[in-house]
Design a protein around this ligand. Structure first.
Ligand code: FAD
Length: 457
């Protein structure tokens, strides 16, 4: 397994990384991206210190295995998390496609990643141009990533994958089609693995990491941020052994469906924890404000508790009703995963509304922690920020800073959008939920209760 020092060294591989107009030469030393690199590095040391293989790099084979990974996933950084999802996606997709040649290449690539303890990021979302048109009818044929040249030893790809979490911090890019493809769209049915430092790969980053000097006012996002990459493939060569699909349009959607499943399970498990955190902050700030016994506050917190409990119930159901691929790999139940992720994400903003409603305006306007250290205003800020009897001003201020950071600042905005869009957006979760729900069974139940089973046609 890699240590943090080896991880830092591994990033010095000639990769082309950009941030806000500049080419980045020293990624670990960069003022915005560097701290995110350090988060990934700390996770390498954490797994290294456990003396053995990281369970996130191995295939889950039972419901208990899937469940045991959850606390580890929450402890792990985002890049380790998407590596786990990438390994599971490729394994799930290879099993579903059932082509021995591709299955062998996938297994070989997964072993390569496991043996070297590499990080893999998920490149699925294409630029997509005019959303109403399929890939082959776009004015710019590169709007979806495609094969532009075939060689005896591999293919050359061109295109861009957008919003890729942690792309610049990983070692390998798992490139897969973003949607189903039709006959005539063979060039777009390409799945492969590309090392980040391959000539022609360029990654333009964005980050919600706090830009303030004093991290104490950003207690969550200062420790927990990861850039998204706008990954450009400018005529990138991919050798045969790294190609997992090439032109078989009938299988293009299998990758998107497999990734969607694992991304949504990850999203659901985070939404379950986030829902508990929102409940916790709502109760803590209500107590600090002296309003925890007010009936309208209690009602809102009860509603938040019900939401948190149902999201967790969906997660439990998704895992305990897991299915198994031909090689014994366990994967979560599609219906519970998608319905749970949808419900958690669609109601997240309402839960944040309750929290903001309960907390009050100091979510935005609580003075900085450094103001407490000013001899003139510090004692006054502490005095006037005090709340219910015995609640110190600094304690209340720190709660407000945590709530703002989590829900009302750059990281909070990132969470709002990410909860809706990650894993393919709410629309995709509605489609998959509907596909796996027993609609015929529901119709039968309705007819039965109406005494109309005989009238069925
Ligand atoms: C913070 C963050 C991290 C992400 N991480 C990753 C990642 O690691 N890897 C990755 O591959 N992707 C990632 N994504 C991308 C995410 O999966 C997409 O944002 C999502 O799939 C929506 O695609 P889009 O952004 O292109 O929006 P669009 O596809 O433009 O969707 C916008 C709206 O238009 C609707 N729409 C789009 N096309 C049609 C159509 N043809 N007909 C009807 N309605 C349509 C959609 O349903 C949606 O309501 C990430 C996104 C975010 C915000």
């Amino acid at each position: 397994m890699m240590t943090s020092a080896e991880y830092f060294a591994s990033l010095d591989d000639g990769r082309s990384i950009y941030f806000e107009g500049a080419h980045i030469e020293d990624l670990p030393g960069h003022p915005i991206l560097g701290p995110a690199v350090a988060v990934v590095a700390r996770c390498y040391d954490y797994f290294h210190s456990r003396n053995g293989e990281s369970p996130l790099m191995t295939i889950a084979r039972s419901s208990a295995d899937l469940k045991a990974r959850l606390p580890l996933l929450h402890h792990a950084d985002l890049v380790a998390h998407v590596t786990y999802q990438s390994i599971m996606t490729l394994t799930t997709a290879a099993g579903r496609i059932g082509d021995a040649r591709y299955a062998e290449r996938v297994a070989k690539f997964v072993r390569y990643v496991q043996d070297r303890d590499l990080r893999v990021t998920e490149c699925i979302t294409d630029a997509k141009g005019d959303r109403s048109l399929p890939p082959g009818k776009q004015k710019d044929p590169d709007a979806y990533t495609r094969v532009v040249e075939r060689r005896s030893d591999g293919v050359v790809i061109r295109g861009a994958k957008l919003h890729i979490s942690g792309a610049a911090l990983g070692h390998e890019l798992m490139v897969i089609p973003t949607k189903a493809m039709k006959p005539g769209e063979e060039a777009y049915a390409i799945a492969c693995a590309v090392p980040v430092n391959t000539p022609g790969v360029k990654i333009v980053n964005t980050s919600y990491a706090p830009r303030h000097k004093d991290a104490r006012d950003f207690p969550i996002s200062a420790k927990n941020n990861c850039p998204e990459g706008f990954v450009i493939f400018e005529d990138v060569f991919v050798p045969q052994e790294r190609i997992f699909l090439d032109g078989e349009v009938q299988h293009a959607a299998v990758f998107a469906h497999s990734l969607g499943l694992w991304e949504r399970l990850g999203g659901l498990s985070f939404l379950a924890d986030e829902a508990d955190q929102l409940v916790g902050f709502a109760q803590l700030i209500a107590e600090a404000n002296g309003l925890a016994r007010e009936s309208h506050i209690r009602e809102k917190i009860s509603e938040m508790i019900i939401h948190a409990t149902l999201v967790r119930a969906a997660l439990e159901a998704a895992i305990s009703n897991c299915s198994f691929g031909p090689d014994g790999a366990a994967y979560p139940d599609e219906l519970f995963t998608n319905a749970g992720k949808y419900h958690g994400a669609a109601n997240y903003n309402l839960m944040v509304r309750h929290l903001h409603d309960i907390a009050g305006g100091s979510v935005l306007t609580a003075p900085a922690i450094a103001d407490l250290e000013n001899n003139e205003v510090g004692p006054l800020v502490r005095k006037y920020m005090a709340g219910a009897d015995g609640v110190d001003g600094e304690y209340r201020m720190r709660l407000f800073h945590a709530i703002r950071d989590l829900t009302a600042d750059a990281y909070g905005g990132w969470k709002f959008v990410t909860n809706i869009q990650a894993g393919g957006g709410l629309y995709a979760q509605r489609i998959v939920t509907r596909r796996h729900y027993d609609l015929e069974g529901a119709k039968k139940k309705a007819l039965a209760v109406a005494g109309m089973l005989d009238a069925q046609h």
